[in-house]
Design a protein around this ligand. Sequence first.
Ligand code: GAL
Length: 705
Amino acid sequence: MKRFARSPLACAAACAALACAAGARTAAAASVRPRAASPAVRTALGRLWLGAAWYPEQWPESRWPKDLALMQAAGINVVRVGEFAWSTLEPHPGDYRFGWLARAIAEAARHHIHVVIGTPTDAPPVWLTSRYPQVLRVHADGRPAQHGNRRQFSYASPLYRKFCRAIVTRLAQRFGHNPDVIGWQIDNEYTSESYDAGTRRQFQSWLEHRFGTLAALNRDWTTAYWSQTYTAWNQIPLNALPGNPGLMLAHRQFVTATWLGFQRNQLQALRAHIAAWQFITTNIGGLGWSDNWDHYAITRPLDIAAWDDYVGEGQLSFYRNGAMSDFVRGWKRQDYWVMETQPGFVDWAPISNSLVKGAVRAMTWESIGHGADAVLFWQWRAALGGQEQYHGTLVGPDGKPEPLYTEVQRVGREFKRASAVIAGTTPHSQVALLVSYESRWAIDFQRQTRRYHQLRVLLDYYRPLENLTHSVDIVSTRAPLRRYEIVFAPSLNVISRSLARHLRAYVLGGGVLVLGPRSGMKDQYNRLNVERQPGPLVPLLGGRVQQYYALDAPVAVSGAVGRGTGGIWAEALSRHSPATRVLLRYGAGNAWLTGKPAAIEHRYGRGAIIYLGTILNRRLMHAFLARRLAAAGVRSPFGVLPRGIELMRRVGAGREVVIVINHGEAARTVRLPHEMHDVLHPGHLVRTLTLRTQGVAVLEHASPG
Ligand code: GAL
């Protein structure tokens, strides 16, 4: 992809920084040397991309040059096209009409805009669903889906997959070597599973394959309970209602396997025909973590991860969005794309208000700071008809720019300056938070208290960790952990024997593992662990959870790091090893808990395992985590920042790019540890940075030694 020229300005800044960084390559920088990237990954992650979803099929061709000229003037260099265009691409069975798409791609190229093609399989045409109604999805309550919306197909239907394969193959043959097409998005936001009879049969054979015998399934699901014992595979139900915890967990794993199969069908068709430098991804909804399936598993076979980042109602919560972004980066442990984001407002929130002026730019840079290399707005212009007329856009129904266009145009100018500097950098953290889908599902099936929101619990950890380190990884429990000084696992409900071995090896190898409440209660079949919590890690901890319950009111907690409260959930801990120390204790007020340990620690040389059995109030949590980080030797050279300031770090060979955003309502000043290059104002060096509300600075310096 030699055609991607580097901006000379940005190149100059990068070269200057590289020169001053000569010989200063730190151990940290050395350890982030990227894995050898494939040509496809290099295409996607080799520069900054600014883009929009564009639907040429909704407009006369005579309009395309105007839209593309406006895009070019905004600095847009990529469009995503085609993902709902099946009825235009194949108006009748086998009648493929790709000419318009070829012309749209060529017209985009004339404006120096590259293209990502979305496969159109999220919106089957009516000839398909009316001729073959058996491909329609069945809702959990048994109603079949109808034509007139999207996502009305059954993800497990072999017949539907056959049609998908045919059109994707044709598209790949036609555009798989088109130099202006840089990548492919499979389908659009895998969302709704199906409860049709065929899917139920597939679930039953999937279980047979997994368990081998009904005796094993009956044992592992404890089906003697309420006479659930199965004597034939075809008796096993498929429904979305609360049921046997083992069956519910298995169903989510089946949903993951089925989406993987749906994706594999298209992945194979694409891989067979496209060039090695075209990347393949899919866009994953971020709202509520759309977590009926495992995002780590789905993104594993793809070249890059991509997600759709919407705020919806209210304003940008930068910790939440930062955590979500770090979570997305963790899917493949590499930089990623924001395939969709809102141009100001959406049309589906309870109140579809607009983000404040400047926040779209700030949010774009926030994504880049957390490891995005592309941000695409959804959408360029609203179709005059169709379901999403009210959604935010960059161009109005008259084809003229919306007020937000100017803000995006500014980002376009900034991306041009920063692209070459940011290329080759990625966030690098010494601290990780662990996420496990099995645990998330298991807790959500049986919350025990409506106040236990796993995302909020995760943010209780994330906020202080981000404030204290300015770089947090959120990764799967299967990720290699050796590179982290300290790893936090709040809500790690399911701990199987193999996961316990992985975590144990980390601690014995010198790592510090901090488990949060509800950890290790269940095994991989969603059964209670007989050791009590944290299950197979009880011997390593030298202690366990003696008693747990949901709290209706906060309880006092104190220890060497200070005093405060625990809320929502409390676990009284006990110790059986004299080497296990108590870090926090519950105070008086709740007789079951009074005086009992709330947090304990067992050290192993430099390593340690810590169990924290409640949700601490903010101040005590900050102190508790600050102490853990200090003990693990983790600190940020940027110290404590003013409220509302977010600072993100991307490390490259011998250099670091620092993105600073003021999300607060008033101007703020940040004192930097030393002078840095101001990438957005080439030639300027900055030591003291003052940012207005929604202000953004992109700085570069030699990596701290
Ligand atoms: C996304 C979807 C887009 C569009 C957008 C509106 O979830 O992928 O097609 O509907 O929402 O916010």
